[in-house]
Design a binder for this molecule. Structure first.
Ligand SMILES: O=C(O)CCC(=O)C(=O)O
Ligand SMILES: [Fe+2]
Length: 294
């Protein structure tokens, strides 16, 4: 009997529980990805109009300015659903539910939506030191059943390769507890040294590069050790990260509904509290005073 329950579980669910991450290949077909790529390029140009990092509600454009790199780059855009009907639909696409439902159920809120670019030329600030995303969660005690409390998904918009800084994971690292990697500073500055990994009980040579084609979706959990290197190629790496939590796990006023009893839920009129904790006191728009990159 237990065998039949096991075989009924989709492969990505098995892999996620076993190794702390999974890949679903070809979730979005090529023709759709062409439209998504074009929309990502439009948003890149939209964000690039700002001379510095700019926020309006949950919408954020993270700029690496000319003063640092000699040229202006957009590194991230958050909650682009507010400026893009296409990304508003992708965040609650039925194919996303099909992947998430066996892990999170049918009542799901979204707590992050962000594209991460790695423009060639921004190499020194387009890597992400190894970390566990639990680092970013304020109330760690709210995530008791960590594997199914919160799941990150990464949709490859551009091909993700070892050369352009694809996501890297440590398989099985979700079993090691919280390790405190990169807790000493910004994750996009510097690189993780091998001895830091070894001290945390990780063998650097065990890292897996998640090379992805456009339309492939990667999943990882709050404790899965992951990071990525700066882009060493001439091709950008646009990667759409969307994070989901069971609605029962989120406070009433927190997170944007994605699926309610399995039904796809459009955004409401006003943004809800997600990662940006000062949403209500300081909705913006404003330029963000931070020079983390220097
Ligand atoms: O974009 C990447 O390669 C990794 C980003 C990441 O891990 C994060 O934002 O928490
Ligand atoms: Fe992360």
């Amino acid at each position: 009997m237990s065998a039949s329950i096991l075989t009924a579980r989709p492969a990505h669910v098995e892999h996620y529980w076993e190794h702390g991450y999974a890949i679903v290949r070809g979730l979005f077909p090529r023709d759709e990805m062409a439209a998504i790529q074009a929309e990502a390029r439009r948003i890149y140009q939209l964000g690039l109009q700002h001379p510095a990092t700019w926020r309006h509600g949950n919408l954020l454009y993270e700029i690496l300015p000319e003063s640092f790199a000699g040229q202006r780059f957009l590194l991230q855009a958050h909650w682009i659903a507010w400026v893009s009907p296409l990304f508003e639909r992708i965040r609650r696409d039925p194919r996303v539910l099909a992947v998430m439902e066996p892990l999170l159920g049918r009542d799901i809120k979204q707590v992050a939506q962000q594209i991460h670019w790695k423009p060639p030329g921004a190499t020194r600030r387009s890597g992400y030191r190894f970390h566990q995303d639990l680092r970013f969660r304020e109330r760690k005690e709210a995530f008791r059943d960590l594997m199914t409390a919160y799941i990150n998904t990464g949709l490859a918009i551009d091909p993700a390769t070892t050369e352009n800084g694809c996501l890297q994971v440590f398989p099985d690292s979700h079993r090691l507890g919280y390790l405190g990697l990169s807790d000493d500073g910004p994750i996009m500055k510097g690189t993780t040294q091998a001895d830091e990994l070894q001290r945390a009980g990780l063998q650097p040579e065990k890292v897996v590069n998640l090379e992805l084609e456009p339309g492939d979706l990667a999943l990882w959990g709050l404790l899965t050790v992951h990071g990525s290197e700066g882009n060493r190629s001439a091709k950008d790496r646009a990667f759409l990260i969307q994070s989901y939590t069971p609605a029962a796990n989120a406070d009433e006023d927190r997170g944007e509904w994605a699926f309610r009893q399995g039904a796809s839920m459009p955004l409401g009129d006003t943004p809800r509290l997600c990662k940006y904790e000062q949403l209500h006191e300081k909705p913006g728009p404003f330029y963000v005073e931070s020079r983390w990159y220097e």
